[in-house]
Design a protein around this ligand. Structure first.
Ligand code: 6PG
Length: 264
């Protein structure tokens, strides 16, 4: 029995406004979590879209750096390429350059996926770190306060790519996933972890995402081909922060309001 899902989307005029909205979204939810239970545990994605948002969060001339509860934050990754941390393809490297080098996070607050290890070893070490970090013992699923996702032009999210084994993983918290389309290995959080989070949002920008976004949101349910359709947070709400180019094929939202799509 599938859960009812309310998909809420806001549309920014351009990439700069989108980055500011995403920085607001992250700072508000991190502050709320740190206030409510003393920690803000956030998982972020890589790729190129979040870079502008991370740069705003780390910019000492901008309000967000001061607003973030850095001392009560634990930063985790949604996924990583199986490359060394200084590789130009590394999500960690992108985040270090845009954010980590500019904010007061201690090493123990930064939970890097170790892409330099053999994929299966990197995944199992991350699973162990999740279990320790969330005090889960051998069972249980981490309850992130916030998960930030992107969406690829092929409909993937995290490193959950079309027709790959990780789409079907329901026991592990993190797995190594071979992506034949890229002839590459990735480490990724699994769907039970992502969908368990208190708040999951997609950050999507650019006209090259418009068609796939329309298919994911409004097309037939085909998660093997469109893995982003598998994101269905247990709280029944999924938020998308979009720019106008990415939202071009979605129903118009009223000025300043959120569009909504209900999925049963
Ligand atoms: C990665 C990401 C991935 C990303 C999408 C969108 O490792 O690449 O985690 O899931 O979010 O591929 O990437 P862009 O933001 O570069 O379009």
């Amino acid at each position: 029995m599938s859960r009812k899902l309310d998909i809420l989307y806001s549309v920014a005029a351009d990439g700069a406004e989108l980055a500011a909205r995403a920085a607001d979204y992250i700072a508000e939810r991190a502050t709320a979590a740190a206030t409510a239970h003393g920690r803000a545990r956030i998982a972020i994605s890589g790729g190129s879209t979040p870079k502008a948002t991370f740069a705003l969060l780390g910019d000492s001339t901008q309000p967000w750096r001061r607003a973030m509860p850095w001392d009560r934050l634990d930063l985790w990754w949604v996924d990583e390429r199986c490359v060394p941390p200084d590789d130009r393809d590394s999500n960690y490297r992108m985040t270090r350059e845009a954010l980590l080098d500019r904010v007061p996070l201690q090493l123990e607050q930064i939970h890097r996926m170790r892409g330099e290890l053999e994929p299966a070893e990197g995944a199992s070490k991350y699973e162990a770190e999740l279990r320790e970090g969330f005090a889960l013992g051998n069972t249980g699923i981490p309850h992130f306060d916030l998960v930030q996702l992107g969406m690829g032009p092929d409909g993937h999210t995290a490193s959950l790519f079309p027709h790959t084994a990780a789409l079907h993983e329901t026991r592990s918290l993190a797995v190594a996933n071979h992506v034949s389309a890229k002839d590459a290995w990735r480490i990724t959080l699994t769907l039970p972890v992502i969908n368990r989070a208190a708040d999951v949002f997609f950050l999507i920008s650019g006209k090259d995402k418009a068609q796939i976004l329309k298919e994911v949101l409004l097309g037939t349910h085909d998660p093997e081909r469109l893995p982003s359709q598998l994101i269905a947070p247990q709280n029944g709400i999924l938020t998308l922060l979009l720019d106008r180019a990415a939202a071009a094929l979605l129903p118009e939202t009223g000025k300043g309001s959120m569009g909504t799509i209900a999925r049963i």
